[in-house]
Design a protein around this ligand. Sequence first.
Ligand SMILES: NC(=O)c1ccc[n+]([C@@H]2O[C@H](COP(=O)([O-])OP(=O)(O)OC[C@H]3O[C@@H](n4cnc5c(N)ncnc54)[C@H](OP(=O)(O)O)[C@@H]3O)[C@@H](O)[C@H]2O)c1
Length: 278
Amino acid sequence: MNITLNNNEEIPALGLGTWRARQDDVYKAVLKALDVGYRHVDTAVVYGNEEEVGRGISDSSVARDEVFLTTKLWNTMHTKEDAAGQIDECLARLRTDYLDLVLIHWPGSYERNAAVWSAMEAAVDAGKIKSIGVSNFNIHHIHALAENARIQPAVNQMECHISLQNTRLQEYLDSKGMVLEAYAPFKSDRIKDVLDNRTLKEIGSAYGKTPTQIVLRWLLQRGVVPLPKSVTPSRIEENLQVFDFALTDDDMLAIRKLNKGERTFPEPDNVDFGFVHL
Ligand SMILES: NC(=O)c1ccc[n+]([C@@H]2O[C@H](COP(=O)([O-])OP(=O)(O)OC[C@H]3O[C@@H](n4cnc5c(N)ncnc54)[C@H](OP(=O)(O)O)[C@@H]3O)[C@@H](O)[C@H]2O)c1
């Protein structure tokens, strides 16, 4: 299943997350994921695993142009020149001559975001990137960026799970033609909250599905692109078995009621890691 972005490119509706998946683990996870049918992989410069991800894609039996590959520019990029250099390094590490999607990983000052964005636009013009977007951008960051952007952002990748559902942000993104990608769909280190959740267990038992599969299905039905991370072969498979059933409106509402506005990750307006001169 694919979703069409605002530039008419297609993004597979679910992708493999790779944060904290290192070296041989991530190489094998990418091979396994592509083998069982994933066509979308999410990495970032700061994950330190682009080389292994690139090796996994090139060693797989799936052609490069069938895989949707995302990376993210790190916070230490402040100027157009820095960002342009990092894009070229990503291409080399990922063993590819184009990237499907490149994101600004975290917002900095409006001026810095615009400078990095201009490098990303130039890389689109040069055929190095197909789509560009942002991550951890609150509405005001997107508004400021979009005002002066030549190419509008295609996605915003945000923390999004049962406890932080981001429905109002999604409404804003919809109005801008942007897709919401869900990072930490299982609450990352707090996955126990998902596995032990009574509502998810009850809904899952009606379909013969696990709580994690219910979460992924709920995100898909919202039109959100989940990026579940796993380096465990059985879980990599399990996380893709979510296209053979549908949740009812009542199920969706029951999950909606689990929202607590509770974060696992920092609030983007109040974090400055990686920024050397704010
Ligand atoms: N843009 C950003 O700032 C940002 C921030 C965080 C994450 N991300 C992206 O989003 C992806 C997902 O987020 P995340 O990695 O933080 O957390 P997550 O996907 O919510 O959870 C990952 C954890 O769940 C476990 N797991 C996966 N599938 C499972 C299953 N079916 N049953 C039981 N346990 C399962 C994994 O273990 P095993 O691996 O051991 O199987 C791992 O411990 C990242 O990998 C990254 O690509 C982006």
